[in-house]
Design a protein around this ligand. Structure first.
Ligand SMILES: C[S@@+](CC[C@H](N)C(=O)[O-])C[C@H]1O[C@@H](n2cnc3c(N)ncnc32)[C@H](O)[C@@H]1O
Length: 209
């Protein structure tokens, strides 16, 4: 029951269970996020966007990596925006972090705005994945990179690993080939995927030409 209520709140955290889910995401996605971030080079003056920023932990990690750059976070959940702002309070006050309620499908940013866009454990929930990836492409600078990070990788060895969670959240774990293919169809170049042995983690990097 508790597990069910928590997982239900992954897509759009709300209320008591949403608050618990946000705490749990900040803790449980930390190592996965660190691993994912190793696959992109982050310069100290970069402008970075984190999509589906949840409780704000990735925004906080990115702020630590940049000097005079800037980190934007967006999430469709009002509760997530509130929690992300709280966690990144100091950086929000000094203008290094900006956190806004928005959907990946309609990003409130100009074309060619970001050096890097990150998205940790959120892709599964996007409503129109191909167009959402095209929307990210629009806001990336030429040569800018997208980093997608997943914990729910489906492999031929263990295709039913995520079945229970998939039923609760109403969306599917991803396959490596599926992610490469959709990134290609969305117009990205230099697409690479990485997995970590002993885990079901996947990350994909792709570039705007
Ligand atoms: C499982 S949580 C991951 C949060 C965070 N990235 C982390 O790793 O802890 C998924 C997040 O994606 C957000 N989300 C879902 N659909 C979204 C959309 N269409 N646009 C923006 N954010 C979305 C949810 O509100 C939630 O905060």
């Amino acid at each position: 029951m508790k597990y069910h209520k928590l997982i239900e709140n992954a897509a759009d955290p709300k209320g008591f269970w949403g608050r618990l889910m946000i705490k749990s995401m900040n803790k449980n996605h930390s190592e996965l996020t660190d691993w994912g971030l190793c696959h992109v080079e982050i310069n100290r003056n970069y402008t970075i966007l984190d999509i589906g920023c949840g409780g704000g932990k990735t925004v906080s990690k990115l702020c630590d990596k940049i000097g005079n750059g800037k980190v934007y976070g967006i999430d469709c959940s009002e509760l997530c925006v509130e929690n992300s702002k709280k966690l990144n309070n100091k950086n929000v006050i000094c203008g290094k972090a900006v956190i806004t309620q928005a959907s990946v499908s309609n990003l409130p940013f100009d074309v060619d705005s970001f050096d890097i866009v990150t998205a940790v454990e959120t892709y599964y929930f996007w409503p129109d994945k191909l167009n959402d990836l095209k929307e990210i492409y629009r806001v990336l600078k030429p040569g800018g990179k997208l980093l997608l990070v997943f914990e729910m990788l489906k492999t031929d060895d263990d295709p039913f690993k995520w079945e229970k969670v998939e039923k609760i959240i109403g969306t599917n774990a991803v396959k490596k080939e599926e992610i490469s293919d959709i990134l290609y169809r969305a117009g990205y170049i230099n697409i690479q995927t990485f997995t970590k042995s002993g885990t079901s983690w996947l990350c994909a990097t792709a570039e705007k030409s």
